[in-house]
Design a protein around this ligand. Structure first.
Ligand code: NAD
Length: 490
């Protein structure tokens, strides 16, 4: 049964202010069906938003296609100015937007506000990049003709985002798309549409032209998005989500040989060598594990510690984890908010039980809390064997799984023994070892003596089954540009 959420007046006001319709061609559009949005801290319904059907999806693509030519022709400085206005508007509205993200997703308010600042920074970064699109002019090696190289927007783009960073994952795609001169259809996750709707409203308020960004949410993403992916007017798919869905979408993109960027799942190893600064390693592990209540693609999934320091490290981490306040994300000081839904709690419990059955010991946590809400306590497991299922599956919860190793070679081989390759973390005070191990790890990103790598100015992305392409950094805009070569005969 669906119950109404009990919210404070300020929380109710924040939810009620968010538009509930689809955002197509600069207008809010209601639909016959609606999609409930839940508060994971209570399981109650926050509100209901429009639920797109395939015709709505096509209307959104029509709008993006209609706006494409003018947007591509808009001077880069004007595109940049718009992005900068969005940057400022997001920062000015951090508290409200953070509260919306917390209410629909569960993360602690401090983290949600951090996410808004992170999202805002993508708009600033790509505002700065919009005016720096470069090209080239060079003589052909055989002489005579010249090569003129320029870059053009790839065209109408489909942007599909997950629920775990409901604002930032959108910002990381929308900002470079707009900077490059692409229009887009954005599909947020069905669990967290409000954050994207609020972002669309902020962009509209900053002067976004009609049709440049269109937002459709739906209870049936395959029905609405498959026709758009197969439509040859769509020129780009930028997807963030699970590897399983990413693979399906890649197969669909083959039909029109569509450009893709894929930010998929992870299984990050975090290596602690016996020469590490253990205080730093514990804090780094805590950050890498607990950001977003463990529900991050970058979450440390397998913590491998050299045998001599493993006991000490595990005890210290367990003490820190056990002391983390748990509760509704809106309560002060809470670090461990609810997981996204009951299915997530069941999965985490199953993985912990499996590790235990295979010989792991629970140092703290280990048992889901009864409802209401979908809470799982911060948990530390030690002596986790490599055959435990959680070593091969994204845990996506606040469970630190510690295994032991003896040698550097063994650590690297075990770290790389996964089809994923998003990020890894290394803690050592030995610079040579640190760089050697960073180079040997098969991941797109490595944190050396730090537990957080995300930064709008750095290239974010994975190798192997963690994805294709990079978001942010100096190359982030390239994902939305085509290189055109013009041969000039003099
Ligand atoms: P998901 O794959 O279930 O869903 C992601 C998005 O895809 C949602 O918007 C969903 O509605 C949509 N979707 C699902 N099926 C679809 C279909 N057939 N056609 C079109 N769209 C479809 O993932 P999730 O549970 O929302 O997010 C968690 C996953 O995202 C984890 O695996 C996590 O590691 C990954 N993730 C990766 C990154 C990264 O940058 N690499 C960042 C955040 C999350």
């Amino acid at each position: 049964m669906l119950t109404e959420s009990t919210l404070s007046a300020a929380e109710r006001a924040a939810i009620d202010k968010v538009p509930r319709g689809l955002f197509i061609e600069g207008r809010w559009r209601a639909t016959a069906r609606t999609l409930p949005v839940f508060d994971p801290a209570t399981g109650a319904v926050l509100c209901a938003v429009a639920d797109a059907d395939p015709a709505d999806g096509l209307a959104a693509l029509d709008a993006a296609c209609a706006a494409q030519r003018d947007w591509a022709a808009t001077p880069p400085r004007e595109r940049s100015d718009l992005l900068m206005r969005v940057h400022r508007a997001l920062l000015a509205d951090t508290d409200r937007l953070g509260l919306i993200a917390t209410l629909e997703m569960g993360k602690p308010l401090a983290e949600a506000r951090g996410e808004i600042a992170y999202a805002a920074e993508f708009f600033r970064w790509f505002a700065e990049e919009a005016v720096r699109l470069d090209g080239g002019y060079m003589p052909a090696p055989t002489g005579g003709s010249r090569f003129l190289v320029t870059r053009q927007p790839v065209g109408p783009s489909l942007l599909i985002t997950p629920w775990n960073f409901p604002v930032a994952m959108g910002a990381r795609k929308i900002a470079p798309a707009l900077a490059a001169g692409c229009t887009c259809v954005v599909k947020p996750a069905e669990q967290t549409p409000l954050s994207m709707l609020a972002l669309a409203e902020v962009m509209a308020g900053a002067g976004l032209p009609a049709g440049v960004v269109n937002v459709v949410m739906t209870a049936d993403p395959a029905a609405v998005m498959t026709p758009l992916i197969l439509d040859d007017r769509s020129r780009k798919l930028s997807f963030t989500g699970s590897t399983a869905v990413g693979k399906q979408l890649l197969a669909q993109c083959a039909r029109t040989v569509m450009r893709t960027s894929m930010e998929l799942g992870g299984n990050a190893p975090l290596l602690v060598f016996d020469d590490a600064d253990l205080d730093e390693a514990v804090e780094g592990a805590l950050a890498a594990k607990m950001r977003n209540i463990g529900q991050a693609c970058t979450a440390a999934n397998r913590i491998l510690v050299q045998r001599g320091v493993a006991g000490d490290f595990a005890r210290r981490l367990a003490d820190r984890m056990a002391a983390l306040p748990m509760g509704r994300g809106t309560e002060p000081d809470v670090v461990v908010g609810p997981l996204i839904d009951a299915e997530a709690v069941d999965k985490v419990q199953r993985l912990v039980d499996d590790a235990r059955a295979r010989g792991a010991t629970v140092l703290t946590g280990g048992t889901a809390l009864p409802g209401p809400g979908t809470f799982y306590p911060a948990t530390v497991l030690i002596d986790v064997p490599d055959d435990a299922e959680l070593c091969h599956t994204e845990i996506f919860g606040p469970v630190a799984a510690i295994g032991l190793f003896d040698t550097e070679d063994e650590a690297v081989n075990r770290a790389n023994d996964t089809p994923y390759g998003l990020v890894s973390y290394v803690f050592t005070e030995n610079l040579r070892r640190g760089l050697r191990v960073c180079e040997a790890l098969e991941t797109g990103m490595v944190g050396l003596n730090q537990g957080v790598v995300s930064n709008p100015a750095a290239p974010f992305g994975g190798v192997k089954e963690s994805g294709l392409g990079r978001e942010g950094g100096l190359t982030g805009i390239d994902e939305f540009l085509e290189t055109k070569y013009i041969g000039v005969r003099l």
